[in-house]
Design a protein around this ligand. Structure first.
Ligand code: ADP
Ligand code: MG
Length: 629
């Protein structure tokens, strides 16, 4: 029997492949407009006839092609935009698969005229059924003009699938709008059946939006603009009154590429939440710019799907950006009170109190009279008042302990509140400061949910659980701030944190130190931060709160000038995260706590000098009972 496998002729293979790229005239419009943009054009004309079925022509003033390139451009996988696989991850052009022109040439009759600025003559090429039918030099303007005539002339089945002219024209206008919207600096025109439908001069994004979506938007757009290292979000949202009952003017562009994303759409709608009716749709034109390495553009260059490396972060950014924009728009009028401009202009009023100013203040002689020993106005922070303050912060029930302790099913590991040294790792125990540390027995009893009574071979210890834990955490954070980075738990869902201007300035100052102790926080402009991760010790849902507390505490510590920021932060963290008095502990937790306490270099006192435990030796006890002389 004869062999039966054959290679498909090129034109058939191209026709099949074209099915994916060119489904209708509007697909060709998109591809040709994008090529013109990639060629650096500043003026692009689109001309269609018979809903694109008879003609789709794009004329640009871009860089044009050499004779050889012009010929090559119709080959499949012919592209000037990537050379190797790595380029895929930094792609900045609209096209790169080298399939568009080959596909168009497989299913239509194509005429190309192109010239580069420095070439005297341009090139004229006609292609039909993937074969070049004519190639000759020609006189033409700088740039490129490509005409696609009689789409699907050679694939009648597909031609029959095209919709009515009204529908196909609508698709063309949609594609044109999406491309023109993303490039307001380029002037565009669209001529349909000899009538110019759009004439768009280059201008601002806002002007372009109004030109494309209608004058009605002129006074109804709210500017969105948030920038940070990783991602920028900018553009406009329609004021709530522009919301429509039908999904209408909603545009997302990722690196200037139009995308559809129900997920990001949700981010915007949720930012509008109460401002528009449940069944109506907000209008928006939003641009999201991020590092191409973070998006997988390769998924579907012809379709409008895109994959983000971490779409939840993008979600949070978009939502925060829109919320912020809307908030500014709605509160702006009420901020319109007048303050004497001379006062308003003073740095002390308009600028947050900086670290440097604080340092200057604290080294001033006036300040020293308050803060130095032997000076008339010395105000020593008394431990008592400080403790009271801490107590207010740490009502035992503030942390949702029920969830963690009471109802934890037996099969789950017992929560250890970050007491992570394994139980039998006795190498961690040192005997430097306590005569009892070696003899601690594993038997523990909790008294008043506050003290741990731990038996030892020759006596017992009464450990204050909160103070002990504070010592442990202090040592851990302080080690972290000197090299061993704390473990950060990435938040499943990044949390945005909006602060007052002075708090934001303070947090900004503290960012480097805060990172070392396990927070992953990024500034997001306008006093907003994104919490991407928190130290592993912090309970889920408590991320935001923990930072607000931290700042609050830090401000109180801040009167203490002998510590640098990092040290203050470490102390705050230790207090904040410590197990509070009043919290029931399991025996396992108590044991771990005590083991870890005695692994510290100075287990007997907290960083501020309070005792962490009291030891009763057998001798002492005996003496109390007058058993010993
Ligand atoms: P891709 O855009 O994916 O590279 P295309 O088939 O769309 O593939 O185009 C093939 C190549 O032809 C492009 O890489 C580019 O070098 C060239 N080209 C296409 N259109 C133009 C144009 N309007 N101006 C200049 N060069 C063009
Ligand atoms: Mg292309």
């Amino acid at each position: 029997m004869a062999d039966i496998i054959q290679l498909l002729p090129d034109n058939i293979a191209n026709q099949i492949a074209a099915g994916e790229v060119i489904q209708r005239p509007a697909s060709a419009v998109k591809e040709l407009l994008e090529n013109a943009i990639d060629a650096g054009a500043t003026n692009i004309q689109l001309i269609v006839a018979d809903a694109g079925k008879a003609l789709v022509q794009v004329i640009d003033n871009g860089k044009g092609m050499s004779e050889t390139d012009a010929r090559m451009s119709f080959e499949r996988h012919a592209t000037s935009k990537i050379r190797n696989i790595d380029d895929l991850f930094s792609i900045k052009t609209m096209g790169f698969r080298g399939e568009a022109l080959a596909s168009i040439a497989a299913v239509a009759q194509v005429e190309l005229k192109t010239r580069r600025t420095d070439d005297e003559l341009g090139t004229f090429i006609t292609v039909e059924n993937s074969a070049v039918t004519k190639q000759e030099p020609c006189a033409t303007n700088t740039g490129t003009s490509i005409s696609m005539k009689n789409l699907f002339f050679n694939v009648p089945a597909r031609r029959n699938f095209l919709k009515t002219n009204a529908v196909e024209t609508r698709h063309i206008i949609d594609e044109f709008t999406r491309v023109a919207m993303a490039y307001p600096q380029i002037s565009f025109s669209l001529t349909v059946n000899g009538m110019e439908q759009f004439h768009l001069e280059s201008g601002s994004i806002k002007q372009r939006i109004v030109q494309l979506l209608g004058n009605g938007y002129n006074t109804k757009l709210v500017s969105v603009k948030e920038e940070m290292d990783y991602v920028n979000v900018y553009g406009f949202v329609g004021k709530p009154e522009t919301a429509k009952k039908t999904r209408g003017d909603q545009y997302f562009f990722v690196n200037n590429r139009f995308i559809k994303s129900a997920y990001l759409n949700h981010a915007v709608s949720s930012a509008f939440s109460d401002m528009i009716a449940k069944d109506s749709f907000a209008s928006y034109v939003l641009f999201i710019d991020l590092d191409p390495a973070q998006i997988d553009i390769n998924v579907h260059p012809t379709k409008q799907e895109i994959k983000f490396e971490d779409e939840r972060i993008v979600y949070a950014f978009v939502q925060a950006a829109v919320k912020h924009a809307l908030a500014q728009f709605s509160i702006a009028p009420s901020l319109d009170f007048t303050l004497n401009p001379e006062i308003q202009g003073l740095d002390a009023v308009s600028q947050p109190f900086t670290n440097r100013q604080q340092d200057e203040t604290s080294s001033s002689s006036l300040f020293k009279t308050f803060s130095q020993k032997g000076q008339a106005h010395l105000m020593e922070p008394t431990n008592k008042s400080e403790l009271k303050h801490w107590k207010d912060f740490f009502k035992p029930n503030e942390l949702n302990t029920d969830e963690l302790i009471g109802s934890a099913p037996a099969s789950k590991p017992i929560p250890t509140y970050g007491l992570q040294i394994p139980m039998d790792d006795h190498s961690q125990l040192t005997n430097k400061s306590s005569p009892l540390s070696q003899h601690i027995n594993t038997h523990c009893i909790q008294l008043h949910n506050t003290y741990i009574l731990a038996t030892a071979e020759s006596g017992f210890l009464l450990v204050h659980q909160q103070l002990a834990h504070e010592r442990i955490l202090y040592d851990r954070y302080s080690a972290a701030s000197h090299g061993t980075q704390m473990i950060t738990q990435q938040s499943l869902f990044p949390v945005t944190l909006e602060l007052s201007a002075p708090d934001a300035a303070l947090l900004q100052d503290l960012l480097p130190s805060i990172q070392v102790i396990g927070y992953a926080i990024e500034p997001f402009g306008n006093n907003t931060f994104i919490i991407q991760g928190v130290p592993a010790d912090i309970l889920k849902g408590n991320e935001k709160n923990s930072i607000e507390l931290l700042l609050e505490q830090f401000k109180h510590f801040n009167s203490d000038v002998k510590f640098n920021n990092r040290e203050k932060l470490v102390r705050c963290m230790a207090r904040q995260q410590s197990i509070k008095a009043g919290q029931p502990l399991t025996e396992h937790e108590m044991q771990t706590l005590i083991e870890q306490l005695f692994a510290c270099t100075t287990p007997n006192v907290t960083p501020t000098g309070s005792p962490t435990y009291v030891a009763y030796t057998e001798n002492q006890i005996d003496r109390m009972f007058q058993r010993l002389m």
